[in-house]
Design a protein around this ligand. Structure first.
Ligand code: FAD
Ligand code: FES
Length: 342
């Protein structure tokens, strides 16, 4: 990519290619900006353009209003510079010691593509070169021939950096899923992706016990967090909740039950909302409410569809968990127009 414009961030100048997003250039250049979805839907990456002009690309109005554009705000994941620019992050980037691994392009070969639950596949990709990442982060997998990339969270521990594991739910008419991963993708195929991305997850030791709540394939980054936390003794206690509607929505139960036997500090509690069984019944967030009289002094990692994550945030608030101890990742759908440039 040819360097076209200079992006000045506090303490760092970065070269940004033509049509490259400010976020992409920053993360590749070893810098850091807060971000979550990298597809224009969450607003976490908002910056103020202090000097110069940007092309807002496909920034949606619901994330970046006309009035905000007027005020010089931009979504770093969607905007690319038209001139040299000076930008200021809106949120303070706290240095909590989390390692920041630079964004890179990767190639790999599909080694596993298995149906593990209803409309859910496990995809493993053996990379040509290892990817360093924090447990909870995700990669953007490029859908061949479309110019489209989709975000999928790593389920493997960061220590297994050569073979990435993903859990993928089929979306009807979806470009990446129905049209490819649940279509003609096969073991042995070559795949392009980029990563790591996102700021959800765990990288250091915490004193508080943790509740992890995942809906559907929201289990993926939580699996990575559990594996990493147990490998490095990062949490004193872990309570993993996996919510589904029916029994065939759940997967990896045997794996987690084995993990429970091997690690007394790990607890696994699957819950079904539309089937009576010998396990927990009801919405996963209601099951958590029943299990905990108070969540004061605990932390949480929440991941899945946005309504489940919102319900979990409310439930934990009712049980008095401190908001600063609640980390969340929402599997939002992409905006209609997505380029392959972040
Ligand atoms: C940070 C992050 C991490 C994520 N991690 C995971 C993960 O680990 N596992 C996982 O399963 N998902 C994950 N997702 C969601 C994932 O990135 C995709 O959004 C999802 O797989 C759907 O992609 P798709 O290309 O198949 O669907 P899209 O093509 O993006 O479809 C989006 C929507 O448009 C509708 N649509 C598309 N085409 C048509 C059409 N022709 N007619 C009618 N409706 C249509 C679909 O029904 C869907 O509602 C994550 C999302 C984010 C933001
Ligand atoms: S809108 Fe840019 S990271 Fe979500």
């Amino acid at each position: 990519m040819t360097a076209e414009h200079r992006v000045r961030l506090p303490g760092r100048d970065i070269e940004c290619g033509e049509q490259q997003s400010i976020l992409d250039a920053t993360l590749r250049g070893g810098g850091w900006l807060s971000h979550s979805c990298t597809q224009g839907t969450c607003g976490t990456c908002k910056v103020k353009v202090l000097c110069g002009t940007v092309d807002h690309g496909a920034s949606p109005e619901y994330t970046l209003t006309a009035e905000e554009r007027e005020r010089g705000l931009a979504l770093a994941c969607m905007a690319s510079p038209c001139t040299d620019v000076v930008v200021e992050p809106l949120g303070v980037v706290a240095d909590d010691g989390t390692p920041r691994y630079p964004l890179r392009d990767y190639e790999g070969t599909v080694t596993v593509l298995d149906d593990v639950a209803s409309n859910t596949r496990r995809l493993k990709i053996r990379l040509d070169a290892a990817m360093e990442f924090n447990a909870g982060q995700y990669a953007e997998i490029l859908v061949p021939g479309t110019g489209v990339g989709r975000q999928y969270s790593m389920a493997n521990a960061p220590s297994e950096s050569r073979e990435l594991e993903f859990h993928i739910k089929r979306t009807d008419h979806g470009i990446a899923t129905a049209g490819w991963i649940f279509g003609n993708l096969a073991v042995g195929d070559r795949v392009s992706l980029r990563g790591p991305l996102g700021q959800f997850g765990i990288a250091r030791r915490h004193d508080e016990p943790a509740i992890l709540i995942g809906g559907g394939t929201g289990l993926a980054p939580l699996t990575s967090i559990v594996r990493h936390a147990l490998e490095h003794d990062l949490l004193p206690e872990l309570y993993l909740y996996h919510g589904g509607r029916r029994r065939d929505d759940l997967y990896d139960g045997d794996y987690f039950r084995d993990l429970e036997r091997a690690h007394p500090q790990f607890h696994y509690r699957p819950a079904l909302s539309e089937e009576i069984w010998d396990g927990a019944c009801g919405l996963v967030t209601d099951v958590v409410l029943d299990d905990f009289v108070t969540c004061k002094g605990l932390r949480a990692y929440l991941c899945g569809p946005p309504p489940m994550v919102d319900a979990a945030v409310k439930a934990l608030k009712r049980r008095r968990m401190a908001p600063r101890l609640v980390a969340r990742e929402e599997f939002t759908a992409s905006t209609p127009v997505l380029s392959s440039v972040l």
